[in-house]
Design a protein around this ligand. Structure first.
Ligand SMILES: Cc1cc2nc3c(=O)[nH]c(=O)nc-3n(C[C@H](O)[C@H](O)[C@H](O)COP(=O)(O)O)c2cc1C
Length: 400
């Protein structure tokens, strides 16, 4: 998919067209009003779910609600939905539910008893607790980014997976790995325009056997209308469901970080300390990725490209990096930019880049710094810094 999703100078020049926001597809899936609903906040045992994906800022732009979430998303388009199977959770009917983020509700799609989705995720016994399914809705993103959306879907998914894992752990639970069967998507009633991206368990396997749910759930379109790009849907449908469980850092102030995190739109370079930059550079990196941190402005640290915490190539590369990142001007005020490269260009490595970047977001917020994921860059120009493909960048600096 790399070649089909490149950003080149010609492409960017041709694309300087006006986007009609009136035609933006719906960002949140809505089940019919007759479905049984429960308020998420009435169930303390599901606090982790309420914090996994939630609206943290809302205002009106051009008479339309503009909602931002705890997780960032390219273009704020949010091409993700979450479903859960609940079994044996006090105060809740066992069933399969959709997480309605706008209304902070769980919407029941099907009640369950002796049957469930366990056989579709590799389990022969009933799983007490929650099985969470994260799906992708490609049109929400391709509406704006066409084929380039392929990359943003998986980067966004990585951010969401990380947010899920940190939330689960903050509330004292752990994650169980699942092995996903290809029939899961059909049984969950997914149509052509929604694809399963990741699946996790939060709970424990019981003793009692379980029967496979044998008829698909009702099908509801995830957007109010859709336009299909065959090459995009073909690629998304063939990607494997992600089931790896990432390591995450523990921050006591998880709740406030999760609520207050925002993407930077400008920076205040004096507000950033060298210690925080060093701390950001020491975040564990998944084996699949190569991280190139560039320091532009610091108190005592040398500007340049860092490797293993040491300045490996001295120089101020601010203008080169801003240029690489499509000349997005606000980045010139950042203290550092981290380029995230990977050995392989795949859905999986994009997810892992998103996971890593979400940890940068959290660590920044924890230390009162700010950052922004940057998915728009001239791909070919990144080869100056690494022979591996560039997947993502994060610009970091002091809070204004
Ligand atoms: C995959 C990805 C790519 C992004 N690319 C850019 C970018 O190129 N330029 C930019 O200014 N912001 C970028 N962002 C930040 C989004 O614009 C931002 O997350 C969104 O507007 C929502 O705002 P919030 O993060 O403050 O909630 C990106 C975010 C993600 C997750």
């Amino acid at each position: 998919m790399r070649e089909q999703t490149l950003l080149t100078r010609e492409w960017v020049a041709a694309k300087q067209s006006f986007l009609d926001w009136e035609s933006q597809p719906a960002s949140f899936k809505q089940y019919p009003p007759f479905c049984y609903r429960v308020a998420l906040n009435d169930h303390p045992s599901l606090k982790w779910l309420a914090q996994t994906r939630c609206i943290t800022d809302e205002h009106t732009i051009a008479q339309r609600p503009y909602r931002r979430l705890n997780v960032p998303s390219a273009g704020n388009l949010h091409p993700i939905e979450i479903y859960i199977q609940i079994r044996n959770v006090t105060g809740l009917l066992s069933g399969i539910y959709h997480l309605d983020v706008v209304h902070e509700e769980l919407v029941m799609i099907r009640e369950i008893a002796g049957e469930g989705i366990e056989p579709y995720v590799g389990m022969e016994k009933r799983f007490s607790g929650v099985i969470a399914i994260l799906t992708l809705v490609p049109f929400r993103s391709s509406w704006k980014y066409a084929l380039r959306a392929w990359r943003y879907l998986y980067l966004d998914l990585g951010h969401q997976i990380h947010a899920l894992c940190t939330s689960v752990r903050h509330f004292g639970f752990s994650l169980t790995k699942m092995s996903v069967n290809e029939r899961l998507s059909t049984i969950l009633g997914m149509g052509e325009d929604e694809v399963i991206g990741a699946v996790y368990g939060v709970g424990e396997m019981g003793e009692r056997s379980v029967k496979a749910l044998n008829s698909p759930l009702m099908r509801v379109q995830p957007t109010d209308y859709t336009e299909t790009i065959d090459a995009l849907m073909g690629a998304v449908k063939t990607a494997a469901v992600y089931t790896e469980i990432p390591e995450t850092l523990f921050y006591e102030d998880f709740l406030s970080i999760n609520r207050s995190r925002r993407s930077a739109r400008e920076f205040y370079p004096n507000g950033m300390s060298d210690t925080v930059m060093r701390e950001l550079m020491s975040i564990p990196v998944p084996d699949s990725l190569e991280i190139l941190p560039f320091i532009f402005q610091a108190h005592a640290m040398q500007p340049g490209l860092y490797r293993n915490g040491e300045c490996a190539v001295r120089g101020n590369f601010n203008s080169e990096i801003v240029h690489l990142l499509l000349d997005q001007r606000f980045i010139s005020g950042s203290n550092m930019v981290v380029l995230i490269h990977a050995e392989h260009f795949s859905a999986e490595t994009h997810i892992e880049a998103g996971i890593y970047a979400q940890e940068l977001y959290r660590t920044c917020e924890h230390h009162n710094a700010i950052c922004s994921g940057i998915g728009a860059f001239y791909d070919e120009e990144a080869s100056r810094w690494s022979n591996k493909p560039l997947l993502y960048a994060v610009a970091i600096g002091g809070k204004v």
